[in-house]
Design a binder for this molecule. Structure first.
Ligand code: UDP
Length: 233
């Protein structure tokens, strides 16, 4: 028995018979610019479900706890129930997107070391960027939890960079979300997919991620399929 709980921009969440687990359904809906731009990317839900599970399994195997339990269909997975910490963590290896705009620096600039930044997860406000000190000061999570989140995020960057490189993909930047289980453990939640990462082909710099949708670059489906193929086919 599953009971509908919540519909987000790219996923639906259902309750399951297990009070500690949710079912996630990945949709083909795509949104950008705080949902002002809307569209559909055919089979995106299938690709993101499979890719996200693939990356979460690797991350878990390297000692970082994640919400992944099991994949149950092309578009559905069982995940651990968490209370999401309303902080979006963004890790960057090269400048792109909002950082390029904010700083007036060309996309592709190689950062001397990875950067980490935090946005307040609030659609009404458009996920505003926060000073690091806001996170604990505003009570979004404890100091200990914040330190864990920062440590995990930088470790996940190293793991993902290495995995992507094996598939001849450069990991430019990505967004993570963390949650707390009923026993107060911080775990990685949400998803890791071409919706939440910037991925450039290592040889050609071709964009293989949601920027194709955001910027109307064409062949969005093809790019998502290409990423899936490099990892899972
Ligand atoms: N990102 C995301 N969800 C958001 C905002 C950003 O998944 O609500 C991802 C985005 O796909 C990119 C990285 O986080 O890989 C950095 O995004 P940026 O801050 O450059 O913002 P954007 O250009 O998406 O406005």
């Amino acid at each position: 028995m599953t009971e509908f709980l919540y519909e987000g921009k790219a996923k639906k969440i259902f309750k399951t018979d297990n009070p500690e687990e949710y079912l996630v359904y990945f949709k083909d809906d795509a949104t950008a610019f705080n949902a002002q731009k809307k569209g559909t990317v055919l089979e995106k839900g299938i690709i993101n479900n499979k890719l996200s599970n693939y990356f979460f399994k690797i991350i878990e195997s390297r000692g970082i706890p994640t919400h992944f339990v099991r994949e149950i269909s092309d578009r559905e997975s069982i995940v651990k129930k968490v209370k999401i910490i309303p902080v979006e963590v963004i890790v960057r290896n090269k400048v792109a997107g909002s950082m390029a705009k904010r700083m007036g620096i060309d996309e592709g600039f190689i950062l001397k070391y990875p950067t980490i930044e935090f946005s307040y997860k609030n659609d009404e406000l458009g996920d505003p960027l926060m000073a690091d000190s806001y996170v604990v000061a505003l009570g979004l999570c404890s100091d200990d939890d914040f330190n864990t989140i920062k440590k995990y995020s930088m470790q996940i960057n190293e793991i993902l960079k290495e995995e992507m490189l094996k598939a001849e993909i450069i990991l430019i930047d990505f967004k993570l979300e963390f949650g707390k289980t009923s026993d107060d453990t911080i775990i990685l939640a949400d998803e890791i997919s071409p919706d939440t990462c910037r991925l450039w082909d290592a040889k050609t710099n071709e964009k293989l991620d949601k920027d194709r949708f955001r910027r109307d670059l064409g062949n969005v489906e093809g790019a998502y399929k290409e990423v899936l193929k490099r990892f899972l086919q």
